[in-house]
Design a protein around this ligand. Sequence first.
Ligand code: BV8
Ligand code: ZN
Length: 263
Amino acid sequence: MAKSDTAEAAAMLGQARRVVIFTGAGMSAESGVPTFRDALTGLWQRYDAHALATPEAFRADPALVWGWYEWRRCAVRRAQPHEGHLAVAAIEARAPHAVVITQNVDDLHERAGSAAPVHLHGSLFAPRCSACAQPVPVPDGAAEEPDEGRRTPPPRCAYCSASVRPGVVWFGEALPQPALETAAEEAASCDLLLTVGTSGLVYPAAEIPQVAARLGATVIQINPRPTPLDAVADVNLRGPAAQVLPALVQAAWGDADQPPQSG
Ligand code: BV8
Ligand code: ZN
């Protein structure tokens, strides 16, 4: 990754007025949260994540799918945000206007201090009834899920006794309208969009960086590997999020963890 690229990207970031930080599974990879590209392990190794994350799979085998989400929820509970998540929060603190728009269902942005990340695909911490949509409290603490995973029948709704389902958006399901609208508005009005750790293959989320580029924003991509978003990016920073983001913040604003100089 040419030094010039980071310097160029940092100069753009330092001047930006309205910033969108768009993240995918690669953003949490260095915290030990597997991406959707990574092969599944244990009980789920013979399944494809895209197939498990569907209403059909939940109807066919609710205990398998609920068990998978309980296993993921507990893996996220045990994970810690990394320097990249902290750098994202630092960008939010320094840029005149900045918002995180994420495809991730983990809470690592929040735990790193990001104010109000927009979760396009829901959260592992918002289960609800699959029939009456009543929210269901998340059991505290990291219940010990066996590493290889296990089938766990989903709890029953206290109101209508239907199965409780994870509060995520499954393939074939509509995204939450308020989140999608906020994301589209922010993408349309930003002057710089950072896309971090996404393969840009899942829609309509993958539209977000394209909308920003189409409307004249600068797009900076952070990803160790090429993606279809290479075509819309003005600068491609080929490296891991936990290294590239802190370097970018450092280059844009000097010592990232010093509070911004007032006045
Ligand atoms: C819908 C929640 C209709 C659940 C998720 C248009 C064209 C083609 C297909 C479609 C289309 N429109 C709709 C579709 C169908 C489908 C879709 O896009 N399919 C794809 C697979 C082709 N979309 C849908 O089904 C959407 N719904 O269309 O509904 C509708 C409309 C109205 C009314 C009724 C119905 C719903 C999509 C959301 C599904 N839910 N997640 C869960 O998590 O279990 S998607 C899930 O997968 C993630 O949230 C994320 O969005 C996606 C994974 O992608 P990435 O995050 O990018 O991660 P990935 O693993 O792919 O890549 C990781 C990247 O990180 C790599 O590039 C790697 O190089 C990089 N990386 C790795 N390490 C690092 C790194 N980068 C930086 N640092 C590192 N250290
Ligand atoms: Zn119910």
